[in-house]
Design a protein around this ligand. Structure first.
Ligand code: SF4
Length: 321
């Protein structure tokens, strides 16, 4: 099997920084226990399992405020997706030691929202319902940030008179977002537009659009809850016009997908451990020419980036402890 390893792919700077911070917190004996993460630090269950082995408990659920109510003592880490100022304030008021792994690109989005709301604007926020990033962004200015996922949502929106700013989630499809932004401009011609799709997301999507054309099939390695992973599948199908599937690991590859396939493109979401992708590539490259599909060997051992020795300190600039 010929394999096109689409590049760039995999870990982005925001994920690497978040994982490094979480592991430094776990390794530092001065950090109060227990250590909880408010939601999945990044959307990948292999990462969550690895952190659990390091003594870090992930609380999973849709509402960060409700998750916080389950922590009485110790330390809390906020995830790369960002969290509302109210959740941060409540965590500090409860006496928890707080560390913030919010990606700088998400932080910048919060700053844009705060600034424009202070100037009297309402925000049309283009994002995914149920995803933690919009939850945090809407919490920056409750009542002034209006989540829109589809054109129909936009049509139903009734904003009061006054300035409008359009702001996007960081991990959306560039192509879908262009369409929604165009609809926003039509509805609110005076609106300021801040397309906040991060550079890492853009580069990974463009790579699929440009490099998947020579493939017969695209496999995207990543977690089902990872928005940027799901968008890569969408780009492969809708922009590159190739059949595409998301897989969690090598074990998910189905024989029927590979029938009459000579070249497979492989990419991964920005929260997917590198070892899982390498295993998929090696497995496909090693397939026998008789069309059979041998069982993959045991799943690759995941080693998170930024691993530190136990007892190492957390850098003073990290977190708000
Ligand atoms: S995908 Fe973009 S916004 Fe999300 S963590 Fe990575 S760099 Fe930050």
């Amino acid at each position: 099997m010929k394999v096109v390893a689409i590049s760039p792919r995999g870990y982005c700077y925001g994920v690497v920084d978040a994982l490094t911070l979480a592991q430094r917190v776990a390794a530092d004996p001065r950090v109060p226990r227990p250590i909880h993460i408010l939601g999945m630090i990044v959307h990948n269950r292999h990462v969550v399992e690895d952190l659990r082995r390091q003594g870090v408990v992930t609380l999973d659920g849709a509402d960060r405020g409700a998750l916080l109510d389950r922590i009485d003592t110790g330390t809390v880490v906020f995830t790369a997706h960002g969290v509302s100022p109210e959740v941060k304030r409540r965590a500090e008021a409860r006496g928890l030691t707080c560390f913030d792994a919010t990606c700088p690109d998400v932080t910048r989005t919060h700053a844009v929202i705060e600034d424009r709301v202070q100037r009297g604007a309402h925000i049309v926020y283009i994002g995914r319902k149920g995803h933690p990033e919009p939850e945090g962004a809407m919490g920056v200015a409750p009542g002034s940030v209006h989540l829109v996922e589809t054109i129909a949502d936009l049509q139903e929106l009734e904003l009061p008179e006054g300035p409008v700013a359009v702001v996007t989630q960081t991990t959306l499809s560039q192509w879908d977002t262009e369409e929604l932004i165009a609809a926003c401009r039509e509805r609110y011609p005076q609106a300021e537009v801040f397309n906040e799709i991060c550079r890492a997301t853009q580069l990974r999507q463009q790579a699929v659009a440009e490099q998947a054309g020579v493939t017969d099939l695209v496999l995207v390695v990543g977690d089902e809850r990872s928005n940027n992973t799901n968008r890569l599948v969408q780009v492969a199908r809708e922009i590159a016009g190739r059949p595409a599937y998301r897989i969690d690991s090598v074990e998910d590859i189905r024989p029927e997908w590979l029938e009459n396939v000579g070249t497979v493109g492989v990419t991964s979401g920005s929260s997917t451990p590198t070892e899982l992708v390498q295993q998929v590539i090696a497995y496909l490259q090693g397939l026998p020419s008789d069309g059979s599909l041998p069982a993959p060997s045991a799943r690759a051992q995941v080693r998170l980036p930024g691993a530190v020795r136990r007892g190492s300190g957390v850098p003073p600039s990290a977190g708000s402890a």
